[in-house]
Design a protein. Sequence first.
Lengths: 315, 439
Amino acid sequence: MSEKTVDRVAGATPVLLARKIKGLSDRAIAWIFVGPTIFLLLAVNIFPLIWTVNLSFTNFKANRINRVVDYVGFSNYERILNDPDVWLSMQATAHFLFWTIFFQVLIGFTLAWLINKKFKGNDVWTTIIVLPMMLSPAVVGNFWTFLYQPQIGLFNYVIGFLSGKDASSFEMLGSVDLAPWSIVIVDTWMWTPFVMLICLAGLRSIPDYIYEAAEVDRASKLRQFFTITIPMVLPFLMLAVLFRGIENFKMFDLVVQLTGGGPGSTTELASIHLKREAFEKWRTGYSSAIAIILFVTVFGLASIYVKALNKVKER
Amino acid sequence: MKTLKLAAAGALALSAAAIATPAQADDLTLCWAAWDPANALVELSKEFEASSGHKMSFEFVPWPNFADRILNELNSGGKLCDLLIGDSQWIGGGAENGHYVKLNDFFDKENISMDDFAEATVYAYSTWPKGTPNYYALPAMGDANGWFYRKDWFARDDIRKAFKEKTGRELGEPKTQKELLEIAQFFQGREIDGKTVYGAAIFTERGSEGITMGVTGALYPWGFKYENTPGKYDMEGAVNSPEAVEALEFYKELYKTATPPGYTNAYMGESLDAFKSGQVAMAMNWFAFFPGLYADPITGGDKIDFFVNPPQNNEGSTLGGQGISVIAYSDKQEAALEYIKWFAQPDVQAKWWGLGGYSAHNSVLNDPGFIDSAPFAGDFLLAMQNVQDFWQEPAYAELLIAMQKRMHDYIVADKGTAKEALDLLVADWTEIFKEEGKL
């Protein structure tokens, strides 16, 4: 049967093409197939990266293409590391990153644990919970801008109702103290379901017989949770943290929609700062250096983290 | 024989039509911001399409993205726009980076005189270097930042009485910036018809140019100058002068004590919303919106009136508005120049004003009936006599972003003092001009 298929395929190959590829080795044919992909990868990813590294050592400005471009050595990097605005944006990013991951893991795991219990309407609840992550960040940003509106916003109303404060007496997006938390709340609302789904996959991968064996050994529920559930879900949790960490390190759209980086520069995350330098101030060389620093940071942290993840998996 | 005659007549008609229309009809794209006057321009341009045979297409970008979108287009040598009504501050970059076609020869050839346009608009929208007779745009849309208020609330006896009791003077259009603050504070949190209202909607937007355009509305009347000596970039003592510090403190007080809650990132749209929804007694915005505000069925008509940005130490309004330029990368420059020639005609300019566009042509502005032609026409003339614009340097975007940051940090985010904010601004601007090789 398979011989017939091979004959059919060979027969269907145009004669001219068949003649051309007749003398090619398997390796050459493999290169023909993967060649375009490698070329595309080089053109779209590797070349721009090398070009960005090159630009980061210049004073090039993309809006002054006629100006002479000088190589400035490491001065862009030096300026960045001494620029208080860059450090402020890194602090804002670190705050956002830490607290979003903390809350998303905490709430996401709790929800997954609850959803994993067999109860009526389980599937309906899962669908409802995952709805926020199906929305576009622009929609979520706009939606929460209204919720945070001091005069008509539901969020302010609920907080006002619960605390007895006047709903319009505080501004989630306009206050220096509250704005960093307002973006954490929205990102947590949107992406906790993602963490929950990964945790749910982890919980459902634990075979029932392990719990049954623990029951036979008269292990308490708490003991089962800490010695079976947590260790077996940990690789999944770590994977969720990795995904959310990388995503939130380059967070842009949601925060721009909510606060535009304000008030002042309170919520100006690294990616927003980079965009301002690159496409508003047009300091292409300088912003390329920032991009390289961010790339190295994410790449370095992610590599260390993946090694740790692999070790956990091996246990 | 009859068929032959018909064929001959047909051929004649075809050749006549070919002579009457230009050799080649082009499809021109005009780029501008998406706002009320743009719709008026679409209407006006139908006449050009009919008379020239060219087809007009329009690319209107919402204001918050206008600079990003169009400057990206220009910097990449894009051919999207044949004509651009670009912001006044772009003129330096447009000219020096070769984005705009220099129009001097064309103006000479077509007898278009810049003396026919209001001097302030020619200076601001057309010339680079500033004030020199090198023209890169034709003044297309005069504009300045002005104010409008609830005339019906100002006329109510109970409100007038309460105001008199509180301040000892009659409630009316403010004559100074400090009076404006006093009126705004009077209305802040007041109950009118069972609804809590607020003083004034002002510009506080962080992302594009909002807070800078708003705060300069206070800085200019206090006598703010960008340089001690024009063209020398000597900013120390001018940008951070005691008057500038006072003006900045004033704007912060206005923001903190007399604006609706949540207006921390507000620009044109938010100002219009606040007024149209009956939240505020007064609001600042560009004159370009005033025809639409006056026509509003709920808060327009006899419920609204307008006033020019009040003086303090001197008169001063923030300049808006734009000139129309031909893009150097366009393949249809001839047709684009035809459009400018048509647009410069006095009768077209009169129709432009009639449709809601702000003509800068002297024949329109000096017409005896102009002041009475709209309730805001007189204020517009007054504003245009004392306008001041932001830097129009090629490094305009960097200069603007620095000011946006420093102003928002101080006014909205409560960071530092007014003096510190202005000192930091001088440092930022100095660094930028050093990079530019101008210092």
